[in-house]
Design a protein around this ligand. Structure first.
Ligand SMILES: [Zn+2]
Ligand SMILES: [Zn+2]
Length: 346
């Protein structure tokens, strides 16, 4: 029997049976190898939804995943058993935004793991052929699953356009902030200041390329003689993330908001603080055309996605993994679930 982890409601994850369904778009069944639990999955778990996307029926989350093909896929030259990554997004390719190349903004996207479309916390799932991303031979299921969150980081960097000798603050050193820090250190920024209230996360930020770290945004000011940063990338789950990003930025600076705030609301922001600085602001949603670069970044060893994963478990242990992530347990960064059962050691 195929089983899956369902979110039934707030703080209620249960394992139940799940029948994967082939459809016009979802043409082939794959065996899920590894699934990352994302901060956005935790919003469904903590709040029962994200904005208008609410859970009305038990829902299988999971949009960061790798899988083994269960049949040969001749048009792609792929063989049964091959490890692939799956892009969870199937945009319509017809709307105004798709035509302009902004597939991540498609209002008609079919996104596996966002209600009403079930996701990958299961053993078998049907996926569209277009969403299959072949991987180099020596990549692992974990690395394949982490291409999706790394893609979110690459997209944020595409929007942020860091330039040589910028000072940059990264607010939030969760998996996305830590991925962004690794990309910034490839891009010639002068200062990369990682900020997170949790000590184990800022320690990881130093290991992965931050030039300075701190537990409050005061560090962004201290490190820049009170001037603030040229660029601030916000990747927190805090309603204060937006206003903190303004406070950490320099006059004429840029702010990119990547995080999803708890409760779907930003705390009040001071208009004058943002306006007088003349800030440029961008909201980042999911990702553009990033998979090829994400594969290359991992395969070349330029980005260590394994460092972002603190816990690995089986599907049966998913309820505990959700609870641990929601409670921001000490030492926790991210979990990866192995639905087939074999959790790699280490
Ligand atoms: Zn995600
Ligand atoms: Zn579209």
């Amino acid at each position: 029997m195929n089983t899956a982890a369902f979110i039934h409601g707030v703080r209620d994850v249960r394992i139940g049976s799940f029948e994967p369904e082939l459809s016009r778009e979802h043409k082939t069944l794959v065996d899920v190898a590894a699934v990352g639990i994302c901060g956005s999955d935790i919003h469904y778990y903590k709040d029962g939804g994200i904005g208008a996307a609410t859970i009305s029926q038990p829902f299988v989350p999971g949009h960061e995943f790798s899988a083994y093909l269960s049949t040969d896929i001749e048009p792609l030259g792929l063989k049964r058993g091959q490890l692939v990554a799956i892009d969870p997004a199937l945009p319509c390719h017809q709307c105004e935004w798709c035509v302009k190349g902004h597939h991540n903004l498609c209002p008609s996207v079919i996104f596996q793991g966002a209600p009403p479309y079930h996701g990958a916390l299961t053993q078998q799932i049907a996926v569209p052929l277009q969403c299959i991303v072949p991987l180099p031979h020596n990549m692992t299921p974990l690395q394949g699953a982490m291409l999706e969150p790394l893609g979110v980081c690459v997209h944020a960097i595409d929007l942020a356009k860091p330039t040589l000798f910028d000072s940059v603050a990264v607010l939030g050193c969760g998996p996305i902030g830590l991925g962004i820090i690794q990309l910034l250190s490839l891009s010639g920024c002068q200062q990369i200041i990682g900020i997170d209230p949790q000590l184990h996360r800022v320690q990881l930020a130093s290991d992965l390329g931050a030039t300075a770290v701190g537990q409050t945004i005061d560090s962004a000011l201290e490190q820049t003689d009170g001037q603030g940063c040229h660029l601030v990338i916000e990747a927190t789950n805090s309603p204060r993330g937006f206003s903190d990003a303004i406070d950490a930025s320099r006059i004429g600076g840029r702010v990119v908001l990547v995080g999803i705030p708890d409760g779907n609301e930003y705390a009040t922001i001071c208009a004058a603080d943002a306006r007088r600085r003349g800030l440029s602001l961008k909201f980042s949603r999911r990702m553009g055309n990033v998979y090829a670069r994400a594969v290359e970044l991992v395969h070349s060893g330029k980005v260590d996605v394994g460092a972002l994963v603190s816990h690995q478990c089986t599907l049966e242990d998913t309820p505990e993994a959700f609870a641990m992530q929601a409670d921001e347990a000490v030492g926790f960064v991210k979990s990866v679930v192995y639905p087939a059962g074999q959790v790699p050691k280490g």
